[in-house]
Design a binder for this molecule. Sequence first.
Ligand SMILES: Cc1cc2nc3c(=O)[nH]c(=O)nc-3n(C[C@H](O)[C@H](O)[C@H](O)COP(=O)(O)OP(=O)(O)OC[C@H]3O[C@@H](n4cnc5c(N)ncnc54)[C@H](O)[C@@H]3O)c2cc1C
Length: 384
Amino acid sequence: MSDVLVVGASAAGLATAESLRRRGFTGSIRLIGDEVHQPYDRPPLSKKVLSGVWGADQTALRAPADLAALDIDLVLSSRAVSVDVRRQEVVVSGGRRLPYGDLVIATGLAPRRLGAFDGLAGTHVLRTLDDVERLRAELAAAERLIVLGAGVLGCEIAATGRQLGLGVTVVDPAPVPMGAQVGPEIGEMLAGLHRANGVEVLTGTKAEAPVVSNGRITEVLTSAGLVAADVVVVAVGSTPATDWLEDSGLILDDGVVCDSRCRAADNIYAVGDVARWWHERQARSVRLENRTNATEQGLAVADNIMGANKPYVPVPYFWTDQYDIRMQVFGDLSGAHTIRVLEGDPATRKFVAAAESGGRVVGVIGWNSARGVRKARELIADRD
Ligand SMILES: Cc1cc2nc3c(=O)[nH]c(=O)nc-3n(C[C@H](O)[C@H](O)[C@H](O)COP(=O)(O)OP(=O)(O)OC[C@H]3O[C@@H](n4cnc5c(N)ncnc54)[C@H](O)[C@@H]3O)c2cc1C
């Protein structure tokens, strides 16, 4: 029996376990994960690890000695297959039952796949350290990379592909890259950035079918014609890893549905990319897929396990690195808001801008302007 059982040994799960210890929790903590690796950080995978600047070991979230000092039972290569909520037990592959006092669900996301491309030699997804190692090995002998999907991940992979000297095409049916994260105007700027760096940006374009020769992908048929490829990365989004919870009785709706305390049921919490919780200040249910949320929500859940009974009400934040640009976004830029430049100049690729809707600032964005964007964050109006 563990007092707290965390399923998912990555950013959010580790943050929860660590925060519990930092707050003086003396009960037993077990952290289980289905990967073979010690907990590692994902953001470098599409950037420094894919480009070869960092080795895999540099992604470790904690040194072995720091992990040991936490006094947690870390069980790797162990997949949760179901949970019995009534008996408070998680079942792992092989059938072993792990009883818990409190359960924390931290299983993150699984990449969405495109049926016709799935499993073909030369096609990849990128979520894990193993994924990036496979992709990096293939890119070493490649000349042409196609990225299907111009979201954050697709854009980062395209930028790294150019850094590696590859010819890169990005294909996406949406009108601009990263429109869902930054809206149409900034998305258009981003398309310009990629084009200026030599990427062929095929927005408004659908990938229709792979062309295969000798069992390997050689071209992609798109609605704009054929595009040649040695390697194709499918980066078309991800879905919450909740397959193991299907029969649990927990409410699943694009994530584990939680109340404002990140509680899915009595003694059960969800954290990180997999969690959909009621954001009291925004008066809507929210699920965030970013690194900062993984840590902050882990902290909030640790507090609530220890009895704080506090709502989790963060201002959403993410960053992305593409070429020599660090882009930072606070709040919500996803709609067709009015963009007002607050400082700097988009033409120099160093600026801070606010997104306004109905006369209120709903989000701020900075390109290479860390200090300015942090200051501008204070302009974001709460809903009420
Ligand atoms: C390539 C890449 C680049 C990124 N770059 C950025 C960035 O620049 N900025 C940013 O803000 N965010 C970025 N992110 C997002 C950020 O990494 C995630 O938000 C963060 O990792 C979420 O942490 P998590 O612990 O919730 O989920 P994950 O990190 O996905 O961890 C979930 C863990 O649970 C395991 N698991 C799943 N199912 C089971 C099961 N049934 N049993 C046991 N274990 C299971 C998984 O294998 C995984 O190890 C990036 C993500 C990726 C993939």
